[in-house]
Each structure stands twice: as C-alpha cells, then as structure tokens.
Design a protein around this ligand. Structure first.
Ligand SMILES: O=C(O)CCC(=O)C(=O)O
Ligand SMILES: [Fe+2]
Length: 331
C-alpha cells in the first residue's frame, strides 16, 4: 500500500483500545464512550463468553466449511430479506468488492418466522449455536447500555430497542476465507473489500489468522476512504472479542460514535476462519438521530431517516445486491 499523503498527520500510538469488562462500571463506561467516539472499534476482555465455547465455535466452523458444497448449501442461498443463508465465494465481482470468503449465516433465532432448516451438521449443533448467539446479543446490549448516558437517553433505552425475543435482522455468521491465490494477487484485491457494518454493533471473533484492517481515527470520519490511506491491523487478541459500531448506532448518535471502515488485507496463504454476531435493532424500532445528537452531517449523509430498522437493512441489502449483480456464485 502506498504511504499516507503528507497532509495527513501521523498519530502517535495507533492502537485499537482494549477494555477490561471486569473494571468498575464508571471506568468501563468512560472507556467505551471514548473508544466508540474515536475509533468505533475496541477489544473486550473478561466479557463473560467462555473460552471453551469459543473453542467449540472453531471446531464447528472448521468442520462445517470442510463439508461438501451440497451439504453446506442445504441452508439455502443467502436471502437478503431474512439476512440468512449460505453464500459461497464470489469469483467475478468488480475489483473493490472482490471477496475471497464463503460464509454462512445460520438462520438461528428465537423468532419463529426465521426458523429455517439448517444443514444437518449444524442442526446437530443448533443448541450450541443458538446459545452462543444469545450470549453475544446480551453482551452487545450491555455495551450499548454504556453509551446511553453520554447520548442523553434513559437507562435501558437501547435494551428496549434490541429485545432478543422480538424480530430483528440480527445474524450470526460463520466465515471461511480461502487462501489468497495467484489469481487474486493478479487482480490485487482485498480479501474483503472496505465497508462499514449496517447494524448497531458487531462482535467479531477471529480464530488464528489475522487480516482485519481498520481505518484509524487520524482520518476524518465524514470523508470517504481513499487508496492512499494507511490503515492499521487489528491483530488476533487471545480471548478478546473485537467490537465495532455499525451504521445504525452511528446514525442514532448523530455521528458521535463512529461506524468505522474496515476490510481484510490482501495476501495470506492459510485458510482464515472468523465468526461475527451482528446486533441489529428490533425490526420496528425507529432509527433517527436522537434529539440530543442531531447533526446536519448525518442528515445529509443518510437521507430518508427516520426509518424502521427493517427498512434500513432492506435498503442496505438492496444497494449491496445491486453492486454485486454481475457476480457468479460458485462453491
Ligand atoms: O473477516 C473479518 O475479520 C471481518 C468481517 C467483516 O468485517 C464483516 O463480515 O462485516
Ligand atoms: Fe464488517
């Protein structure tokens, strides 16, 4: 990657914050507020998700992706309306959107409408995956709670809008990035193109292979990234969960918390496994900048709000599908 232009000040230690959830609540709140404001990304330790569950998650993920395509595809193709299904690698998409991963968003949920059959191997592990997803949701809602005071809303405001038992477009994805081939190198593509996430928060688990890169706070959040920027690596931190803010919270907060651009770097000879829980507001929750946080920047950048969370996600899915409509899906 080329160096950053000289007009960009180089910040001293560019490190994604690491926050210990066993600290006193006041310290946690301050740390989370400032990490969300500056970075939109932070690691959490002592988060309460047992290491044994994360270990099992990798066992399930690796076993699943090693299955023949027909068995994986039994989840059905990815379905934007329900934000679930299996999506194999996309070999023919425009450069910046090139994607070297396969992923599965198992249609797990406490909500009947989204209960689809899982591939048999995952069906055997449904209870585990469901429980893990539920724990991720609880952790995500706890994190949102630390932002309430700073945004001038009452305690429980975000919990009310992220009830696990109510319909939402939340999803839990298992991801497998295939090794970077000479074909990818020739096209000079990222393993996953730069993007922001769409929901409230994402909880990311990286197994052993790093690759995630994050746009640092050095860059003005209102500007679109350019190819000459220097992004920083988000290493695999043992037993930590990496959390990032998504567009829904960015909009709700009037831009005061960042929904930071990220991508997966070029290269890598090994398979790479990840899992992510995407916390979304309940479908009928209305997303709109809070009265305490309304900014003209957000109104201009995200026209059309207020919107329900369901509408917000459907709009984003439609945009993404339009960008990829020339893709050829193979296993
Ligand atoms: O693979 C990763 O590390 C990140 C994945 C990601 O950003 C996403 O699925 O939105
Ligand atoms: Fe992402």
């Amino acid at each position: 990657m080329s160096p950053a232009p000289s007009s960009v000040p180089s910040a001293p230690a560019q490190q994604i914050p690491l926050i210990d959830l066993s600290l006193p609540p006041l310290q946690i709140r301050r740390a989370i507020q400032s990490a969300c404001k500056d970075w939109g990304f932070f690691y959490l330790t002592n988060h309460g998700l047992p290491a044994a569950s994360v270990h099992k998650l990798w066992e399930v993920t690796r076993t699943f992706f090693a299955l023949p395509l027909e068995e994986k595809a039994a989840a059905g193709p990815w379905n934007g309306a329900e934000n679930a299904g299996y999506r194999p690698v996309l070999p023919k998409v425009p450069k910046e959107q090139f994607d070297t991963r396969k992923w599965l968003a198992p249609p797990l949920a406490g909500v009947e409408a989204y209960q689809q059959p899982l591939p048999p191997y995952l069906e055997e592990n449904r209870a585990f995956l469901d429980a893990f997803k539920r724990e991720c949701a609880a952790l995500g809602v706890r994190v949102l709670g630390y932002l309430e005071e700073g945004l001038g809303v009452e305690e429980g405001y975000f919990a009310q809008r992220h009830k696990y038992e109510e319909p939402s477009m939340d999803n839990f994805e298992l991801m497998h990035y295939i090794p970077y081939t000479p074909e990818y190198a020739e096209k000079d593509v990222f393993r996953l193109g730069a993007h922001t996430d769409w929901g409230s928060l994402t909880l990311l688990f990286q197994e052993s292979q790093p690759g995630l890169q994050v746009r640092p706070p050095t860059y003005d959040h209102a500007s679109l990234p350019t190819a000459s920027e220097t992004w920083i690596d988000a290493p695999v931190v043992q037993d930590a969960v990496l959390v990032n803010v998504g567009d829904a919270m960015h909009i709700w907060s009037g831009g005061s918390v960042r929904s930071t651009w990220h991508r997966v770097s070029k290269g890598g000879e090994s398979d790479r496994y990840c899992a992510a829980y995407f916390l979304h507001p309940n479908e009928r929750s209305v997303i709109d900048p809070l009265p305490t946080a309304t900014s003209s920047y957000i109104r201009e950048k995200y026209p059309g709000f207020p919107k329900t969370a369901k509408q917000h996600l459907h709009d984003r899915v439609r945009e993404a599908v339009q960008q990829q409509n020339s893709a050829l899906y193979v296993g």
